[in-house]
Design a protein around this ligand. Structure first.
Ligand code: ADP
Ligand code: MG
Length: 263
């Protein structure tokens, strides 16, 4: 049972909070339009602490927009988004403070090209969290080790493979001690032989109890790592549930059609 997997992982991560009911992310009645184009047409879902939720669906179905609404990179047209009970859509909330609690990794690695790997990891720690140089570097090095690129701290992003760059981007996000991580097709821009290393890092994070929302086309990753899979099409959630059901035995024709194309 799903919930038990989440509880196990939260315990494994050594967190004290009773796992289970507190939602890390709660999205209710979310609508998002760009001009006349309605991209999200009423989306409701929660991600519980320690849970890994994979979002799948055809291109243009609103997956990235949904992810971007979760940390208010896009402002919802209607509805609410809460993080551990803090409503982000409340105008009194300091959104910059809330955003610090969320790590996000994009398809394009978005590293600063003019900074070394180490400086990529320390700059926000120092400027945003006010950490000293020594502390920021210690944390940066620990996270580079965690993603397997410790020996690259002095090089510039252009000297790394795509897979290494993406692992550096993950390490950079982790250095900010996020409560949850959002991933938007983190392996879609990678050469096939580099995908596995990035997925392995994500799998390890999941095992450590990180709360994760992952937009991905990697169905075997979703099957093996997700506690829950959400299938989106046309700006709505068509179905969601454990991977064995949504991917293994989909209930809706639209899900079956999509899976036939990607599997
Ligand atoms: P997905 O990630 O599932 O491929 P997106 O959320 O990126 O889908 O996009 C959903 C729809 O919203 C697409 O039709 C896209 O063109 C449109 N869209 C996304 N962002 C914007 C934007 N900033 N301005 C206008 N249209 C957008
Ligand atoms: Mg997208």
């Amino acid at each position: 049972h799903n919930g038990e997997a989440a509880v196990r992982k939260v315990k494994a991560a050594g967190q004290d909070e009773p796992a289970g009911d507190e939602a890390a992310i709660r999205v209710e009645g979310l609508h998002k339009s760009f001009g006349k184009l309605e991209v999200l047409k009423g989306v409701d879902f929660t991600v519980r602490r320690g849970e890994v939720v994979c979002v799948i669906g055809p291109s243009g179905s609103g997956k990235s927009t949904l992810l971007r609404c979760v940390n208010l990179l896009e402002e919802p047209t209607a509805g609410s988004v809460s993080l551990s009970g803090t409503e982000l859509t409340d105008p009194d909330v300091d959104i910059d403070r809330v955003r610090r609690r969320i790590g996000i990794v994009f398809q394009s690695f978005n590293l600063f090209p003019h900074l070394s790997v180490l400086a990529n990891l320390t700059i926000a720690q120092r400027r945003v969290l006010g950490r000293s140089k020594d502390e920021a570097e210690r944390i940066a090095r620990a996270n580079l080790r965690r993603v397997g690129v410790a020996e690259k701290e002095s090089v510039y992003p252009a000297q790394l493979s795509g897979g290494q760059q993406q692992r550096v981007a993950i390490a950079r996000a982790l250095s900010m001690d996020p409560e949850l991580m959002l991933f938007d097709e983190p392996t879609s821009a990678l050469d096939p032989e580099l995908v596995g290393d990035v997925l392995a890092v994500m799998r390890r994070l999941a095992d450590e109890g990180m709360t994760m929302m992952v937009v991905t086309h990697e169905m075997s990753f979703a099957r093996e790592v997700a506690d829950r899979v959400v299938f989106m099409d046309g700006g709505v959630i068509v179905e969601e549930g454990p991977p064995n059901r949504v991917i293994g035995d989909p209930q809706h024709q639209r899900t079956r059609t999509f899976l036939r194309r990607v599997l």
